[in-house]
Design a protein. Structure first.
Length: 157
């Protein structure tokens, strides 16, 4: 915190129940080795409900990116002949995928065999499709867990 502002997460007990909070701290001075020798608490907050998370600025994390996908985008006949296909998942301008991004298809009909992050906004997924389980009027959600924003999907054949 050498002349910088940052947040500290805190955990404490009230009546034998665990509560969580945060402290916004501003470092003032430092010694030659960079150790802060003084500073001040700028702001603080805690959750009065036990065992509940608290967020800086009271904002919960953004929900993951999701997209409703209908089997019409995955050709049933082609899937019978060739059950492995490539799907490109693209995020909009606010999306940002990491190497650890996990894809959930929301169905047992599609299973990820391999995924490759092509860029911070594009993932190539090699998937196995169980075409006999596809129903034309069903839809399911593709979700990328650590992303915010909207998705687009392109099926490769």
């Amino acid at each position: 915190f050498d002349k910088k502002t940052g947040y500290l997460g805190v955990r404490f007990q009230i009546d034998e129940a665990t509560h969580y909070g945060w402290v916004k701290y501003q470092g003032d001075n430092s010694t030659d080795n960079g150790t802060t020798v003084s500073g001040r608490i700028v702001e603080w907050a805690y959750e009065d409900a036990p065992f509940e998370p608290i967020y800086v600025d009271a904002e919960p994390p953004a929900p993951p990116c999701t997209l409703a996908l209908t089997p019409g985008r995955i050709n049933k006949l082609t899937s019978l002949i060739m059950p492995v296909t490539g799907i490109i998942i693209r995020g909009n301008e606010s999306a940002n995928f990491t190497r650890e991004s996990e894809i959930s298809w929301g169905t047992d009909t599609i299973r990820t065999l391999f995924k490759l992050r092509l860029s911070s906004k594009t993932i190539l997924a090699l998937v196995r499709v169980k075409p006999l389980l596809l129903q034309g009027d069903d839809s399911f959600e593709v979700t990328v867990d650590d992303c915010t924003g909207e998705l687009g999907v392109v099926t490769l054949r």
